[in-house]
Design a protein around this ligand. Structure first.
Ligand code: AP5
Length: 215
């Protein structure tokens, strides 16, 4: 299949960003990620929408979902410009899932499955490059020099929402809002469950095989 349309789902820290980078390289598709799009526009003025807070950042820092109106618009525009894609971070609730059905069709729906203890370890130990966005982990994937990005030499920082308190809130929001979406795809017989708790290389082997089988 040329330019597959892939949805990757999973809890915060399940490895969606890590594996999306592999998918974009191997299958020549766009990485459409609401988290990165929101972080790069986190001071966006959304008061025109009549919402209580005036920037996406306020929601993200509390581990809450940014209003649907904002993310729906981001995804609709990104998908319109993409031949094939790996969609990461959307849909996160049933209303978004319904919007997505009006925007496009999906060829593969992946769910990365990881236990709660492992998710907390991964998120609180994650470090990201302030300049190029590359991902590291203090124990599982450390940089060659402490605090410095191997790719570009930029400073490695902890995301504001990777503190233990906010991680707990993000996981609660995930269980309440996003797990029903995963169950919805499972009930339709469309969900490909991947053991996300293996090494990143082993997870990638399973994902590549699954996409190739579907293609
Ligand atoms: P977003 O940026 O999408 O965050 P998330 O879904 O919480 O996911 P993460 O980026 O934290 O984790 P990931 O699964 O990509 O894992 P990663 O590969 O980095 O969203 C942030 C916020 O934006 C939300 O809270 C919300 O406010 C808002 N938002 C976004 N989308 C929205 C939407 N649709 N609607 C409303 N609001 C929205 O890996 C994590 C760590 O683990 C890394 O350090 C990595 O090196 C390590 N790692 C990865 N794989 C492995 C492995 N196999 N073994 C060991 N370590 C591993």
């Amino acid at each position: 299949m040329d330019h597959p349309r892939i949805l990757i789902m999973g809890a915060p820290g399940a490895g969606k960003g890590t594996q999306s980078a592999n998918i974009t390289d191997a299958f020549d598709v766009e990485h459409v990620t609401t988290g990165d799009a929101l972080r790069s526009n986190d001071d966006m003025d959304i008061s025109d929408l009549g919402l209580e807070y005036d920037t996406p950042r306020a929601y993200m820092d509390r581990g809450e979902l940014v209003p649907d109106e904002v993310v729906n618009a981001i995804v609709e525009k990104a998908l319109a410009d993409a031949a094939g894609f790996v969609l990461d971070g959307y849909p996160r609730n049933m209303d978004q899932a319904s919007e997505l059905e009006d925007m496009t069709e999906l060829d593969v729906v992946l769910s990365l499955e990881v236990s709660e203890d492992e998710l907390i370890d991964r998120l609180t130990g994650r470090r990201v490059c302030a300049d190029c966005g590359a991902n590291y982990h203090v124990d599982f994937d450390p940089p060659e020099t402490d605090g410095v990005c191997d790719e570009c030499g930029g400073d490695l920082i902890q995301r504001d929402d990777d503190t233990e308190e906010t991680v707990t809130d993000r996981l609660r929001v995930y269980h309440e809002n996003t797990e029903p979406v995963i169950e919805y795809y499972a009930e339709q017989g469309r969900l490909e469950r991947i053991d996300g708790e293996q090494t990143a290389d082993a997870v990638w082997d399973d994902i590549r095989e699954t996409i190739e089988r579907a293609a």
